[in-house]
Design a protein around this ligand. Structure first.
Ligand code: C2G
Length: 130
């Protein structure tokens, strides 16, 4: 069983996120998603998600590619997560290219191309103008 992990806020869930989750799952057989908590988003990412952690978690758990959702509470939990969940492959969008190469001594590290034309920022901006 090849176990995959990925991290994110996944707020205003959109098809770019789904594209990432589908390709992340295709890297193995079991996908863990570490979902940024509301506190982590606000304190460390300076972003306030529209949907709460529980709402975002429920949406992710409804996606066929996702097997387990765990909280992402800080930037530094990745090494322990990889150990704790016996992860074989760490996956992130390529906007993070190179940022997590320190995990390469524990697991494979794969950066996947982002879906270019969609972002939460773009959605919010376009909704604001309607
Ligand atoms: N993504 C994508 N295409 C988009 C938008 C997002 O492939 N159009 C990917 C991102 O590259 C990321 C994942 O979807 O791999 C989740 O995106 P965000 O929720 O924006 O994640 P981020 O805020 O970058 O948090 O510790 C890592 C952080 O938690 C990552």
């Amino acid at each position: 069983m090849r176990r995959v992990i990925t991290y994110g806020t996944f707020d205003l869930l959109h098809y770019g996120h789904i594209n990432l989750l589908r390709r992340a799952k295709a890297q193995g057989d079991y996908l863990v998603v570490a979902l940024s908590t509301d506190e982590f988003n606000w304190n460390q990412k300076q972003k306030k998600s529209y949907f709460s952690y529980e709402e975002r978690k429920a949406m992710l758990e409804a996606i066929r590619y996702v097997d387990l959702v765990i909280p992402e509470e800080n930037w530094d939990q990745k090494k322990t997560d990889v150990e704790k969940y016996n992860i074989d492959v760490f996956v992130m969008g390529d906007d993070w290219e190179g940022k997590f190469d320190f995990l390469k001594d524990q697991c494979e590290v794969v950066y996947l191309p982002r879906t270019p034309e969609i972002s939460t920022t773009k959605i919010k901006a376009e909704l604001h103008t309607k």
